[in-house]
Design a protein around this ligand. Sequence first.
Ligand code: ZN
Length: 234
Amino acid sequence: MIFFFLFLQAGFGRWGLSIFIPYRREPPETDFFTQDCNMAYIREDRYDEQVTAEIAKHYREILRLLGEDPEREGLVRTPERVAKALQFLTKGYHQDGAEIIRGAIFKEEYRQMVLVKDIELYSTCEHHVMPFIGKAHVAYIPNGYITGLSKIARVVETYARRLQVQERLTVQIRDCIQKTLNPIGVAVVIEAAHTCMQIRGIEKANAVTTTSAFSGIFLKDERTRNEFLNLIRH
Ligand SMILES: [Zn+2]
């Protein structure tokens, strides 16, 4: 790679730099633990070896049933990759939303709305095992206690990384925050595009599904609910 870079430098003078493509070393591939350090974060994926092997075995058969040759070069390791991808997409089964919040509860007298808006959301539709992608907006009004803002996003992640329907996901996020933090109210709105609707079935590429769940004051008081809805309006 160094030689390649020098060649570009020699050939294009100072422009060599502008077309230099940084060489990215693939992280070492292991079955159990993959760590990808890039300064900003550490990615840590854990895969159960036995589960990976079993899913891969079934997926090899699925490829064959689809008319493919699972032994051809491009597909040889696909069943294993799919097995890992599926475990990643459903890793929320091993996480507990309530525990995440309980790990960061702080006494605080702030009693106005706390809103975490535009939380990226990646989930998997349980009817078609295809992704639905969108945003979650979560608000609560504290009742003496607050939680870390990142914990709200992590709760969303915990429930999203399962086989889901958007309706249940919305309610689970609300209930988790309501039960563990006991705030005056919780509001959750999710806007998502479902690939099972976009690229198969009725093929409506631009349809966005919105779901909402409210508790406490957001249910009882229209003004509070409208304040939240105004704040999340784009
Ligand atoms: Zn679906």
